[in-house]
Write a protein that binds this ligand. Structure first.
Ligand code: NAP
Length: 242
């Protein structure tokens, strides 16, 4: 059995990643989010033994080891992959920047995921697993969008963290990659107007949103042994954004 830890599993891309990974019969998913959606409950009914879930607020940087690794997964259970998917977006123009919401976003998007990565790698080493880590980033890091400077900066931090993690742990067979996602129609992007969405689509080669299915399938590949020689990379699934 391969055990995969995924954050942000209640909806959007996270729920799609869980579905995709559970299609492989030798996998168990350890999923984290604050709330349980109907979609997640349905999946838990469908896979009562292979989908485990815990409520955890990723704003809490301090209890990662005790709650996630001791109580939820357990030290004796090997982990084979980690998907850092959960995130929040602090949208505003730079001249309106405030410290509190910036700090809150960095805790969820960057600080707690860094600590989860720390313990995931320790888990890999303890169980001698050549594990795979995938962080979900955003095309906004590479293109720029008005109002996304703070959010994109948090994803840029993850991209640097991933590249350096890959260099640091590659000799042990541990891999770290970034999935750079284009605009997807989820709750995170639901506040955009049709006009704003159309302007975003115009910047893609395909003139369409990116599908969560396509992103989830690529993450599944990056977690699998088929991608054994890929590490330290940014993999773009973005409908060809320019
Ligand atoms: N949507 C896009 O266009 C787009 C584009 C590029 C990249 N991305 C990235 O893709 C990933 C998934 O985004 P999405 O669009 O699926 O977002 P979403 O629909 O808003 O879902 C976010 C998920 O993260 C969880 N989450 C948020 N805050 C949390 C917290 N404090 N503690 C624990 N869990 C938390 C949410 O669960 P609870 O609310 O139940 O806690 C939810 O399951 C993110 O990394 C995002 O930055 C999105």
């Amino acid at each position: 059995m391969r055990n995969i830890l995924i954050t942000g599993v209640s909806r959007g891309l996270g729920l799609e990643i869980v579905k995709s990974i559970l299609e492989e019969e030798d996998t168990v998913v350890y999923g984290i989010s604050r709330s349980k959606s109907q979609g997640l409950v349905n999946l838990m009914d469908q896979y009562p033994f292979r989908l485990k879930w815990m409520s955890y607020d990723l704003n809490d940087v301090d209890h990662v080891r005790a709650r996630i690794f001791k109580d939820f997964i357990g030290i004796q259970t090997p982990i084979h992959g980690f998907v850092n998917n959960a995130a929040v977006a602090y949208d505003d123009i730079v001249t309106n920047l405030n410290y509190e919401p910036l700090l809150d976003m960095y805790k969820v998007n960057v600080f707690t995921p860094m600590f989860v990565t720390k313990y995931v790698i320790r888990h890999f080493l303890l169980h001698q697993v050549k594990g795979s880590i995938v962080h979900v980033s955003s095309i906004s890091v590479h293109t720029g969008y008005k109002g996304l400077a703070m959010y994109a900066s948090s994803k840029g931090a993850l991209e640097a963290f991933s590249k350096n993690t890959a260099r640091e742990w590659g000799e042990k067979g541990i891999r770290s990659n970034i999935l750079v996602a284009g605009f997807m129609e989820t709750d995170m992007s639901a506040t955009l107007t049709e006009d704003q969405k159309n302007r975003i689509y115009k910047r893609t080669s395909m003139k369409t949103p990116t599908t969560t299915k396509s992103v989830a399938a690529t993450i599944r590949f990056l977690l699998s042994d088929l991608s054994r020689s890929i590490t330290g990379q940014n993999v773009y699934v973005d409908s060809g954004t320019i």
